[in-house]
Design a protein around this ligand. Structure first.
Ligand code: IPD
Length: 265
């Protein structure tokens, strides 16, 4: 069965086991075991072990599905259902024991994300959504912020790992910060998107996100009434993800576009 509610139920159960494993490994102490794109883009043994656990669990229940994961890639097979996984989003927070890291798991059917869960492993907060079925934190239905004035908006963002990209992102932020209430950089994109869903952040944007960073959280934000887009008519993706309620989306989008936020390295 490929219906969103059933896919979500499986995603939630797997994300809970995955969070438990991340927490057990965190309690035993964490070291970076390798670096990826740059010296500060780390991977821990837990990132790999959690991804393996999720792959094994999904395979047990649904052996025919493809899985795209941050650590082991994959997901190229032509299957109706594809899972998109970030085993630990917020790896640097995990390394430093800052309680802001999550298992993010989404299910796509025919290329469309229909179900997603983001579970903050450190706190146990869990956000879920199904396409057309709304967004929830536990049993609570979520609605994005009702703020209408960009000047009053608390905006989340994040930075990539490469120095050149970070410089570009800092320049964009320099142009934005005089037009908003303030900025937050919490360190896990999937959670940032869920905070937009619940109105804890008014808006969020970031350049350089991969599908595993925004697939589940993007659905949660959209189902809470936020617009989740790229810039200038593009879908959300590597160049840009902007998530904001309709009243803030246009002015934030236009400012980011003017600042060439999707450009640069
Ligand atoms: C990162 C986090 C961070 C964001 C980066 C992501 P990772 O994911 O979501 O908040 O700013 O762009 O790469 O590496 O911790 O899985």
């Amino acid at each position: 069965m490929d219906n969103p509610a059933e896919l979500l139920a499986l995603a939630v159960s797997v994300a809970r086991s995955a969070s438990d494993l991340a927490n057990r490994m965190r309690a035993e102490g964490v070291d970076a075991v390798a670096t990826k794109s740059t010296a500060t883009d780390v991977v821990t043994a837990a990132d790999r072990a959690v991804e393996q656990l999720v792959r094994d669990e999904l395979h047990k229940s649904r052996p025919g599905d493809a899985v795209l994961g941050e650590e082991y890639g994959g997901g190229q097979d032509q299957t109706a259902v594809r899972w998109i996984l970030d085993p630990i989003d917020g790896t640097v927070n995990y390394l430093y024991d800052l309680p802001q890291y999550a298992v993010s798991l989404a299910a796509e059917v025919d290329g469309v994300v229909v179900a997603g869960v983001v579970r903050n492993a450190a706190t146990g907060r869990e956000w879920t959504a199904t396409r057309g079925g709304g967004a929830f934190c536990g049993p609570r239905r979520l609605r994005a912020s009702t703020e209408t004035d960009l000047g009053q908006a608390l905006v989340g963002t994040g930075f990539g790992y490469a120095a050149e990209r970070r410089r570009h992102q800092a320049r964009v932020l320099g142009g934005l910060i005089g037009h908003i209430r303030d900025i937050r950089r919490l360190g896990a994109a999937s959670i940032d998107l869920c905070l937009v869903a619940e109105g804890t952040l008014d808006a969020y944007y970031e350049k350089g996100l991969n599908p595993w960073d925004h697939a589940a959280g993007g659905l949660v934000a959209a189902e809470a009434g936020a617009l989740v887009t790229g810039l200038d008519g593009n879908p959300p993706g590597l160049d840009m993800v902007v998530a904001a309620p309709p009243s803030l989306h246009q002015p934030l989008h236009d400012l980011l576009s003017k600042l060439d936020a999707a450009g640069g390295p």
